[in-house]
Design a protein around this ligand. Structure first.
Ligand SMILES: [Zn+2]
Length: 351
């Protein structure tokens, strides 16, 4: 699997390299289909040292070519920059289309044969349409797309709509109170973060790329992964508890997610745990549960309005309590915002 991921990355980069050279020499773009033909009929026969390409599942290689081709098509259409080379990372994946056999405790992958699964009976063993094999540090994951009727979901009686205020510190507020508390105050995460810092310090003291350094790196990566999974779990469970109440609708703010995730402190693999993740997961669950998901206008002043009398006043970030200058109403800043979202009339339905 590790080798196939590497081969797919190499092929992806080769596609870009070839097209860069062609571009510089004012030659026409070589599309995915022609590249595939060239690779198999010319390049590999003339370069016996590249025979290892053939050791990986041909479907995975083909898919990697198509990914690169698609990236170029996007660049042409949207006049974006050309695709960039993929760097060697401790994470990666490859994609397979077609029927794959799976049993309760094992899955059969092309070129690899039967592979034992850690979580038994988890993957449905019929009608697998496509498969993604991914690597995250020292663990491998397989995910499958199956053609199956959705399971019917138990629905409780419909309750009134709610507003969700997405705080900046991984918090989530509803008109009834806090739904996700500040994750930085979670005791388990505090302990894990402390030990992460300690292990990172140890890593920085080791000679780079030495055996001990790699061992220590793995320790750091495992801790990262653990923290990420705990955060994900908290978020998923909170969102589930919201949709299971079967509200008439859910209204969220319009966040400029791109602007928020520009924070480069986290590596790519962990960015998905942020606010964008909450929104994506919420979309998914609203779709499954048939709940209308609304998003207010970008300039809707959810934190400045009084949820009782609609009076508008400035609310600097440090003010945690909303105290209305007009009617004297007092309420927590974020809960006030979530009530305003619930009451908002100017919105777009996104699910
Ligand atoms: Zn008021």
């Amino acid at each position: 699997m590790h080798q196939t991921i590497g081969t797919c990355r190499w092929i992806y980069n080769k596609f870009i390299e070839i097209n860069q050279i062609r571009y510089e020499n004012k030659l026409k773009y070589m599309n995915g289909y022609n590249f595939s033909k060239w690779l198999n009929n010319e390049f590999i026969p003339n370069n016996p040292d590249k025979l290892w390409i053939k050791e990986s599942a041909s479907k995975a290689v083909k898919q990697s070519i198509m990914n690169a081709h698609r990236a170029y098509q996007d660049a042409f259409k949207k006049q974006k920059g050309f695709p960039k080379f993929k760097k060697k990372q401790s994470t990666g994946s490859y994609y397979l289309i077609g029927n794959i056999h799976c049993e309760r405790h094992r899955i059969k992958l092309p070129k690899l044969g039967w592979i034992r699964l850690k979580e038994k009976g988890y993957i449905p063993n019929c009608n697998i349409k496509s498969t993604t094999v991914s690597k995250e540090f020292d663990r491998y994951y397989v995910s499958v797309l199956v053609d199956e009727r959705p399971k019917s979901i138990f629905k409780s009686l419909q309750t009134e709509g709610i507003g969700l205020d997405l705080g900046l510190k991984d918090t989530l507020f509803t008109p009834n109170g806090v739904c996700i508390k500040d994750l930085r105050k979670n005791k388990r995460l505090i302990i894990l973060n402390k030990s992460l810092k300690r292990q990172q310090r140890k890593l920085s003291r080791k000679k780079k790329k030495s055996n001990n350094w790699f061992k220590q790196l793995l320790k750091v990566q495992r801790l990262y992964r653990k923290i990420k999974h705990i955060k994900q779990d908290i978020k998923r469970k909170s969102i589930l508890s919201i949709v299971q109440k079967n509200p008439q609708y859910i209204t969220i703010e319009n966040l400029n997610i791109k602007g928020l995730t520009k924070n480069r402190n986290l590596s790519n693999a962990f960015q998905q745990v942020g606010l964008g993740y909450i929104v994506e997961w919420l979309k998914q669950k609203c779709y499954e549960y048939g709940i209308e998901l609304r998003q207010v206008n970008r300039f809707y002043p959810s934190s400045q309005l009084c949820s009782q009398c609609n009076h508008r006043q400035k609310m600097p970030l440090h003010k945690r309590i909303y105290k209305c200058e007009q009617c004297g109403f007092e309420i927590d800043r974020d809960i006030n915002a979530s009530i305003n979202l619930k009451q908002a009339l100017d919105y777009t339905v996104i699910v």
